[in-house]
Design a protein around this ligand. Structure first.
Ligand code: ADP
Ligand code: GN1
Ligand code: MG
Length: 363
């Protein structure tokens, strides 16, 4: 991902940004979109923005995605009225010069821009339980602030995104088709999933309330303040849509209550880290505890295991299908990612009782 021969400058100029384009550099480590940090000279200073190319094969309806983001950011902004640091606590979309919220380029690609939030960072892995607490609190607050989002219902930007039974069905189909003859080399992982088939339908079948949820609460989708360490702003809003509160807690647990990279090839230090899990539960409940039902609380400890299994299934499906969905930077990376998630599942199975006790203690 480079400046693509000045193409980024041309795209950036489509947005209503004053001043002269200066530079563009790739940003972040997301698996789906392409993100650049772009700089414009404005009088004597430089101002920074985030420019993103929306992945069109993942997000089939960019207009629906952008309408959701627009509604969600406006609502969050209202909720933060009067907050002295409001501009750093919610994403600000930059309109295009022709008054839209996204730019459709002649080559069919779709782009959006945000004001860059200064003095804050997103990390792939937490450095401490305190950082996990802050991220969890920010995601809990995000759900709390969106609980009274006025109707209509948000668009389902990716239908059945966290429908684990359908994710399993897609895996079985990939195994059946096996276009690259990779299934034999992943036989252990396929067996691992089949042995856990009975857990995939538990959350969707639990009769839990539908809420507005983020659905991609990976640790690196929240900015932490560089000075105070506070969980400042939730990012990556394309999958904000109706869902279960537990999807967000579960995804945070699998990405933050851990000490190893998501694609680690050394599985020896992949585990559910209990101090980080406790921090996730404390942070999330500090913000979301007021609205969660007793039934939702009952599933908190389970949700991390389910989302780890589901994500492992998704990585494995993509590996078998030829790595068309998640970006890969080396051969076998999606299989490595799958193995990490499955190792996390095993670790959570081993610590299930302790996780339940922890939720009860902090809740
Ligand atoms: P992806 O879908 O590729 O994960 P994200 O929206 O999460 O894209 O953005 C990728 C990275 O860009 C983030 O992890 C963060 O470092 C940075 N980023 C995104 N938006 C902003 C923003 N408004 N201000 C500062 N940094 C941002
Ligand atoms: C993708 O875009 P990013 O990197 O934040 C994926 C998530 C996965 C995550 C795994 C739209 O998130 O569902 O949990 O990778 N996003 C989408 O790292 O599929
Ligand atoms: Mg992201």
């Amino acid at each position: 991902m480079n400046n693509e021969g000045g193409g980024i400058a041309t795209i950036a100029r489509q947005f209503a940004i004053d001043g002269e384009f200066r530079s563009a550099a790739p940003r972040g480590s997301g698996h789906i979109n392409d993100t650049w940090l772009v700089t414009f000279a404005q009088s004597a200073t430089e101002k920074r923005y985030i420019l993103q190319r929306i992945n069109r094969s993942v997000f089939k309806d960019p207009a629906a995605v952008m309408e959701n983001i627009r509604r969600v950011t406006s609502h969050l902004r209202e909720k933060l009225a009067g907050h002295p640091d409001r501009e750093r606590r919610v994403l600000t979309l930059v309109p295009t010069r022709d008054g839209g919220w996204w730019h459709a380029a002649p080559d069919g690609s779709c782009w959006r821009a945000y004001v860059f939030i200064e003095g804050a960072s997103a990390r792939d892995l937490p450095e401490s339980p305190e950082q996990v607490f802050e991220a969890a609190k920010a995601f809990g607050q995000f759900q709390a602030r969106l609980a009274d989002l006025p109707l209509p219902r948000l668009h389902d930007t990716i239908p059945d995104f966290h429908n684990t039974p359908k994710r399993l069905a897609a895996l079985k189909e990939a195994v059946r088709l096996d276009p690259l003859n990779r299934a034999a080399g992943a036989a252990r992982e396929i067996r691992f999933v089949l042995a856990r088939e009975n857990m995939v339908g538990l959350l969707v079948g639990a009769g839990l309330p539908e809420r507005v949820t983020h659905n991609d609460t990976k640790f690196n989708n929240v900015l932490l303040d560089d000075v105070t360490g506070e969980g400042l702003c939730v990012l990556d809003l394309e999958t904000v849509m109706p869902g279960l509160a537990l999807y967000d807690f579960g995804d945070l647990v699998r990405s933050a209550a851990t000490v190893a990279p998501e694609d680690s090839r050394d599985l020896s230090n992949v585990r559910l880290d209990m101090p980080r899990f406790e921090a996730a539960a404390r942070g999330y409940l500090a913000a979301a505890g007021s609205f969660l039902t007793r039934e939702e609380r009952r599933w908190l400890a389970f949700s991390g295991k389910l989302i780890a299994l589901e994500l492992g299934v998704r990585f494995l499906t993509d590996y078998l299908s030829g790595d068309a969905y998640f970006k890969v930077h080396r051969e076998g990376q999606n299989l490595d990612r799958c193995r990490v998630q499955f190792r996390l599942v095993e670790s959570m199975e081993q610590q299930e009782e302790a996780m339940h006790r922890c939720v009860e203690r902090v809740g």
